[in-house]
Design a binder for this molecule. Structure first.
Ligand SMILES: Cc1ncc(COP(=O)(O)O)c(C=O)c1O
Length: 361
């Protein structure tokens, strides 16, 4: 008799669950959330919205109010917006929808860069898909020629490009990105703009210029990670197809109601939060830049990509011992062995981090 475990996908055997670092830390700068900077009036508006949610009924299956609010904010149409439980869920919709086998039975491939957000790779591997990773260049920008070769060789169904990228905080040079899009006529290019609110430009109009481009965004990095609201902007016909993959009522009623208020009525507060984080980012980068043992890559996101003179693991452990959690990439080895990713926190958190790093120098 086969054991039930023998029925599980073999890929599960070497995949670890995606879990944040466990433990008590005074300062958590590891997950790229925004610091808690909203005033009490924001909480009061959200409490009012919560009080109006009917908890006894299923929520609106089409999330029309939220899609309409987002569409108005972005200057697109509600039918061009697809909602997910975080952009994580939308990544899974894309992989499910674009899983047509190649040449009869071959699993499809996805192409992405490295280092980048791990869920593209994890979600694809989980589905038995091939993952082609093209290293970023020495400035952490798109390596155009390698990407073009990767597209030629692997004929990916999906290409995931985070811009600004996690963990490097860098934006793809526009001309390089466009060359990749133009070379990838037979692929859907997913431009993940999770951090774009912290950048000086965005890439939204590329979905109008090219019919093989969609854009991902999220509320997670601008103050509302707990709501789990992400969205895709793309051509109406494609959004309608992806909508067939979406589980019924995926967007819960509380998140729909609160996110609608955030996007429609509280955007001024969100913008203010973004400006404050950008100010702190500049201050933190300047402070860390004075430490000889560190090198800071200019960031278009709400975190810094920091090169350490000592192995990153040592610095990570020393910070953890002082109650400050950051993200280390030492386990990836190679040029990442001396890289840390540090989320911009409150002024107090940033000061505490800076002081710890000074003490370690
Ligand atoms: C580039 C990128 N895309 C998407 C996500 C996931 O965001 P969400 O919280 O909307 O699922 C993250 C989270 O870290 C990210 O770094």
């Amino acid at each position: 008799m086969p054991h039930v475990e023998d029925l599980l996908r073999p890929e599960l055997a070497d995949i670890k669950p995606y879990l944040p670092t466990a433990g008590e830390f005074r300062v958590r700068l590891d997950a790229n959330e925004a610091p808690p900077l909203f005033g009490p009036e924001v909480g009061a508006r959200l409490a009012e919205a919560f009080a109006r949610v009917r908890l006894d009924r299923y929520p609106d299956a089409t999330s029309v109010e939220l899609r309409t609010a987002l569409a108005a904010r972005l200057g697109v149409e509600p039918e061009e917006v697809l909602l997910g439980v975080g952009s994580d869920e939308i990544i899974t919709f894309l992989l499910t929808a674009f899983a047509r086998p190649r040449r009869g039975s071959e699993p499809p491939a996805i192409l992405t860069t490295t280092p980048t957000f791990v869920m593209y790779r994890l979600s694809a591997r989980l589905r038995g898909e091939r993952v082609v990773e093209v290293p970023l260049d020495a400035e952490w920008d798109l390596a155009e020629e390698s990407l073009l070769r990767g597209i030629d060789v692997s004929e990916p169904h999906l290409i995931f490009i985070a811009s600004p990228n996690n963990p490097t905080g860098t934006m793809a040079t526009r001309s390089r990105l466009e060359r990749v899009i133009e070379a990838a006529e037979g692929s859907l290019v997913v431009i993940d703009e999770a951090y774009v609110n912290y950048a000086e430009r965005d890439q939204l109009e590329l979905f109008r210029r090219y019919d093989n481009v969609v854009i991902l965004r999220t509320l997670s990095k601008i103050g509302f990670a707990a709501l789990r609201v992400g969205w895709l902007v793309g051509p109406k016909k494609l959004v309608a197809e992806l909508d067939k993959v979406r589980p019924p009522y995926n967007m819960n009623g509380v998140s729909q109601a609160l996110a609608t208020v955030v996007v429609r009525d509280l955007w001024h507060d969100v913008t203010h939060l973004i400006d404050r984080v950008k100010g702190e980012r500049a201050r933190l980068a300047a402070e860390l830049g004075t430490l000889a043992a560190l090198g800071v890559t200019p960031s278009d996101a709400n975190f810094l990509w920091v090169k350490t003179e000592r192995p990153a693991q040592e610095v990570f452990e020393a910070l953890s011992a002082r109650g400050v959690l950051v993200r280390s990439f030492h386990a990836s080895g190679g040029r990442l062995a001396r890289q840390l990713r540090i989320t911009v926190g409150t002024s107090e958190e940033n000061d505490e981090l800076t002081q710890c790093l000074r003490d370690l120098a």
